[in-house]
Design a protein around this ligand. Structure first.
Ligand code: MOS
Length: 700
């Protein structure tokens, strides 16, 4: 087929869009499973200690109660990697909100009422839930997430800083944040002998199935996860979470199918959050703006249960050509729930710090912040020395500056005032690594000339199903309506999560390989399908391993215009414009939506989102959507996403880099930099709330 006929690069709407808006698709909790009963968790009211006793007498006496589980009677799990998932296996309490008991009843309301009647007594111990940079228990883990090295040193950074004629040394903080997907975490667990089916709201059906099998000591394949449609995840459904284990455990205990759906409040301690960070960035530069030293130190927290270290300084390893650099991750393990992935884990908070510091450096040097980034453009990856497969940060900056109308900007801070409103503009760069994991996929012929492709991908609202159908249709050389792509089921075979922006690249590679193999076989038979049909299965493990050693990253540039109310301190993002370079764009419509979604989440990160920890009780105080603020329609004004056409042949057969996460990266820094330009006050702590703006004394 000619290039003109290809659908990759087009803008088809979501295949399941109509079904979604008419309410006919099924989400995890909605599968009709006969005889299902309900489980409701009892959550710890202390942050640290031991359960002394569970008095279930009153709960058991209530009508419809089938079982009350605690660590004394719950089915046993195999020891495994994450204690977070070892529900009801021990009386120890590691965080407030941890599941210490659970009630199974024949109605949801009955389970809920009975759970409130369970009396739990604790031997409470003193807890520590505060990320205090002076805490002596802080340490530097050898490895951080994504398999990265914790601390990387290049050159003599201290010496270079001391000699530098210009520099920045500042501390930036970001709060804990909650992913808050629209569909709460929900599961139906159904045991049939030694096999388990889980209808699960899940970003990673195949990995969840294998993880649950391991926990229950079952052979691979004994657990099957169904996640046909998922109402958002943003990372919080990327790893197996406790509610799924609870459903499986309860169903095992009562020998009935069990349903669980988190309430919004239950989600806050139970389904993960983004770690808070305290980051110190030190930059040294020549007068012409060239960096001589970059030192990025990121302090984060994890729980006592799991060492989870976010790769917060990773962006600083790839961005700029500083000859001397040190990137350090430090961790403090507290009596808190375990943090986990949230959109652009690492890069989102890390690039807020680096890109704020770059703006501070531009002011220290009297240099345009776009030009400062351009003069520090590296030839090769600064850390590894590897060539970039493609790198178009400069193109993004230039195109963004042109589209935004950056030229002729007066850099003077705090001088543009219209009545009560101060105005300012700011810029920041974005980056996100190209992750690709091996995947499997199957393609087969259908009677009547159609094709079915199966891959254990998850469409969490991104349009993955549609993008994969485009990829399959092009490889098979047929229109999209002759191809049915089935996703969301672990039985389709090994596949990575909808996470790390790797989905389309990883699954797409397997889909394209399977379809290519089927096409080749069909061609060998002159297009005649045998009566039994034909099938081709692909596994990209070897292809992924055979990739050349190169540095692969997506880049982008974000430009923000804000107004700041000089009386109230309220910041409004009047415009946010992003230009991204992410390889081939498979679907113009869904890609744009991904970028806009990421940027909206960036506005939210900049201005609204913050989980407040209660030091006394050890919980998040604002654990609902009334008090945990998220940007909504009225907060989002001018939003524009653009991209550079990037033809990178060193990625995968489809040429994609991943787009799910880069949109949030850099957005908060661009907004904070614009707030400085508007007010003359440097706000280094997120979110930039009216009280913080007023406290900074912004009025010129
Ligand atoms: Mo994304 S936070 O890696 O699911």
């Amino acid at each position: 087929m000619t290039t003109l006929d290809r659908v990759v690069g087009g803008a088809p709407g979501r295949i399941e869009g109509r079904d979604k808006v008419t309410g006919t698709v099924r989400y995890a909790y909605e599968y009709p499973v006969p005889d299902a009963v309900y489980v409701w968790p009892v959550q710890s009211t202390v942050a640290r200690g031991r359960v002394r006793s569970v008095d279930a007498g009153a709960a058991r006496a209530l009508p419809g109660v089938i079982a009350v589980l605690d660590s004394g009677n719950a089915p046993r799990l195999r020891p495994g990697k994450s204690d977070e998932l070892h529900l009801l296996q021990s009386a120890d309490v590691a965080y407030r909100g941890q599941i210490v008991a659970a009630v199974v009843a024949d109605t949801l309301e009955g389970a809920r009422e009975a759970a409130s009647a369970v009396r739990v007594e604790y031997d409470e111990e003193e807890h520590d839930v505060v990320l205090d940079p002076e805490n002596p228990a802080i340490y530097s883990p050898g490895k951080v997430n994504a398999g990265l090295t914790g601390t990387v040193d290049r050159g003599e950074v201290e010496e270079a800083l001391a000699r530098a004629p210009a520099g920045v040394d500042a501390v930036y903080t970001t709060p804990a944040e909650h992913a808050a997907p629209m569909e709460p975490h929900a599961t139906i667990a159904l045991w049939e002998g030694e096999t388990l089916t889980l209808y699960n709201s899940d970003q990673s059906p195949w990995r969840s199935a294998t993880a649950i099998a391991r926990l229950f000591g079952l052979p691979e394949g004994a657990v099957s996860v169904v996640a046909d449609h998922v109402g958002g995840g943003f990372g919080s459904k990327g790893e197996l979470r406790p509610p799924t284990v609870l459903a499986a455990l309860a169903a095992r205990a009562v020998d009935r199918p069990v349903k669980v759906a988190m309430t919004r409040q239950q989600m806050f301690p139970l389904v993960s959050y983004r770690t808070p960070t305290v980051q110190r960035v030190r930059l040294g530069a020549e007068r012409d703006g060239r960096l001589t030293a970059l030192w990025h130190d990121a302090l984060q927290q994890s729980s006592k249960l799991t060492e989870y270290t976010e790769q917060t300084a990773a962006g600083s390893r790839v961005m700029y050509a500083a000859p001397a650099s040190r990137t350090v991750h430090r961790l403090l393990r507290l009596d808190v729930p375990t943090p986990s992935w949230m959109r652009a884990p690492g890069e989102a908070p890390g690039m807020f710090a680096l890109e704020s510091a770059m703006d501070e450096l531009a002011y220290a040097l009297g240099m345009d912040p776009v030009e400062l980034r351009i003069v520090n453009e590296p030839e090769t990856d600064p850390e590894s020395g590897l060539a970039f497969s493609s790198r178009n940060l400069v193109a993004c900056l230039r195109e963004g500056a042109a589209r935004f109308g950056w030229a002729g900007r007066d850099p003077a801070p705090g001088v543009r005032r219209d009545g009560r409103l101060l105005t300012g503009t700011g810029v920041a760069a974005s980056t996100y690594p190209v992750f690709i994991s091996p995947s499997t996929a199957t393609a087969r012929t259908e009677p009547g000339g159609g094709f079915v492709v199966e891959v254990a991908a998850a469409d969490i609202g991104t349009g993955a199903r549609t993008a994969l159908t485009q990829i399959a249709a092009d490889e098979l050389g047929v229109p999209m309506d002759r191809v049915t792509v089935r996703v969301g089921r672990s039985v389709f075979g090994a596949a990575p999560p909808a996470g790390g922006s790797m989905g389309t690249s990883s699954w797409g590679w397997a889909v394209s390989k399977a379809c290519r193999a089927l096409t080749a076989e069909l061609d060998g038979r002159s297009g005649v399908v045998p009566s039994g049909g034909m099938e081709a299965r692909a596994d990209t493990t070897e292809d992924v391993q055979a990739s050349r050693s190169l540095s692969r990253h997506a880049f982008g540039a974000q430009f923000a215009e804000v107004t700041v109310d000089a009386d109230s301190g309220q910041v409004r993002v009047e415009r946010l414009l992003g230009v991204f370079a992410c390889g081939r764009i498979v679907n113009v419509r869904t890609a744009r939506s991904q970028f806009l979604g990421g940027m909206t989440m960036g506005i939210s990160m900049a201005l609204h989102e913050s989980l407040e920890v209660d030091p006394e009780f050890g919980d998040f105080v604002n654990h609902d959507l009334a008090s945990y603020h998220i940007a909504t329609n009225a907060d989002v004004r001018g939003l524009e996403a653009h991209w550079i056409d990037e033809d990178d042949g060193e990625l995968n057969p489809v040429g994609t880099k991943g787009i799910g996460e880069i949109g949030i990266v850099g957005a908060a820094a661009a907004i904070a930099n614009a707030v400085f330009h508007a007010t003359g006050s440097r706000l280094r702590d997120l979110p930039i709330t009216p009280d913080r703006v007023r406290a900074a004394g912004h009025v010129p």
